[in-house]
Design a protein around this ligand. Structure first.
Ligand SMILES: [Zn+2]
Length: 282
C-alpha cells in the first residue's frame, strides 16, 4: 500500500521529463494517437511471473523498453521481490547506478532511460508468517536465509532505505486519524525538491539522487564532525564506498525535508540508520 501511494507524493513531471516519459511509453506498442503527454510520474508493478524481457526490456527484433523503462521518472514496484528471477533482480543494478538500461540482442542494441525509484517488498520468510513473534511460521532458518539471499548483496547495496515493517494488528488498523494526508506530505516533498533543484542548478542537476560522488565529496563536502560516523563505518568495512555516497545523498534529502541548509550529524546518523535497519534485524 505504501508503494502504491508513493507516486502520489511525487511532483508533476516538468516539460522535459514529460516528453521523455511520453516518448518511452509511445514505443510500447500503443498507436501514436493514443498517447497523450504524460504529466504524472509513472507507476509500474510487473508481476514476478513476468518475463525478463517484459521487465527489463527486449523481445524479438529491436529490443523494446520493459516495465523498468516505463517507470522512468516514476516508481518501479516489485512485490514479493525474492520471487523474481535472479537475472531480473541483478539486471536492475545497472539502471540504479546509471539511470539507463542497455539491451543487447541479435537485431541490435538499444539504450533506454530507466531512472526510477525502486521499491522492493519481501516477506520475512517463504511462508510469510515470521514477522512479530512468528509463532505460526514453519520455515527453517536455512529456508529463511536462502529466501532473503535471492536479493543479492550488490542489489541491496543500491537500496537506500531498508525497513522492517511489523504486522499491523486489528486494533491498530481500527485507529484511524492523526495521520497527515497525502496532499500535505506531497507539498513537503515538492518544497524539498525545489530546495535541491535550486542548490544543484549550478551543476546542471535537479535532485540529490543525481549528484555524483565527486561533487558530494568535493564542492558539497560536509565538515568532518558531521560525517564522522560515516567515515568510521567505511573504515570498519560496514559500509561500501558506494554506500557511503548513497548515505550522503539521503542525508541531503533529510536536510531538505527539514529545511536545513546542510545535513548535520543527526541527518547523517538517521540516513545510515534507515539504510541498515533491516540488516540489523536479519
Ligand atoms: Zn515462515
Amino acid at each position: 500500500m505504501l508503494a502504491e501511494r508513493l507516486p502520489g507524493l511525487l511532483p508533476d513531471l516538468g516539460d522535459h521529463e514529460s516528453m521523455e516519459v511520453t516518448a518511452i511509453h509511445s514505443l510500447c506498442g500503443l498507436p501514436a494517437s493514443a498517447v497523450q503527454l504524460l504529466r504524472r510520474p509513472p507507476f509500474e508493478n510487473p508481476h514476478h511471473s513476468a518475463t525478463a524481457a517484459a521487465i527489463i526490456g527486449g523481445g524479438s527484433g529491436l529490443p523494446r523498453p520493459g516495465a523498468a523503462s516505463r517507470a522512468h521518472r516514476g516508481v518501479l514496484f516489485l512485490d514479493e521481490a525474492p520471487e523474481y528471477e535472479r537475472r531480473v533482480l541483478d539486471a536492475l543494478r545497472q539502471p540504479l547506478e546509471s539511470g539507463e538500461l542497455v539491451i543487447h540482442r541479435a537485431a541490435g542494441t538499444a539504450a533506454y532511460p530507466a531512472r526510477f525509484q525502486l521499491v522492493l517488498a519481501a516477506n520475512p520468510c517463504p511462508c510469510g508468517k515470521a514477522s512479530g513473534k512468528g509463532l505460526d511460521c514453519t520455515c527453517t532458518p536455512v529456508m529463511r536465509r536462502r529466501y532473503l539471499a535471492r536479493m543479492s548483496g550488490p542489489l541491496l547495496d543500491r537500496v537506500d532505505i531498508q525497513l522492517q515493517v511489523e504486522r499491523v494488528s486489528l486494533a491498530e488498523f481500527g485507529q484511524a486519524g492523526g495521520e497527515e494526508d497525502t496532499a500535505t506530505v506531497a507539498r513537503r516533498v515538492r518544497e524539498a525538491r525545489e530546495r535541491q533543484a535550486e542548490r544543484l542548478r549550478c551543476f546542471g542537476l535537479e535532485t540529490n539522487s543525481q549528484v555524483p560522488g565527486r561533487i558530494l565529496r568535493g564542492d558539497l563536502r560536509l565538515i568532518p564532525a558531521a560525517t564522522r560516523i560515516l567515515d568510521q563505518a567505511l573504515e570498519r568495512g560496514v559500509l561500501t564506498a558506494r554506500g557511503y555516497d548513497r548515505v550522503l545523498r539521503l542525508a541531503w534529502t533529510l536536510a531538505d525535508l527539514g529545511r536545513r541548509d546542510l545535513p548535520d550529524a543527526n541527518d547523517i546518523g538517521q540516513a545510515l540508520g534507515l539504510r541498515q535497519a533491516a540488516a540489523a534485524v536479519a
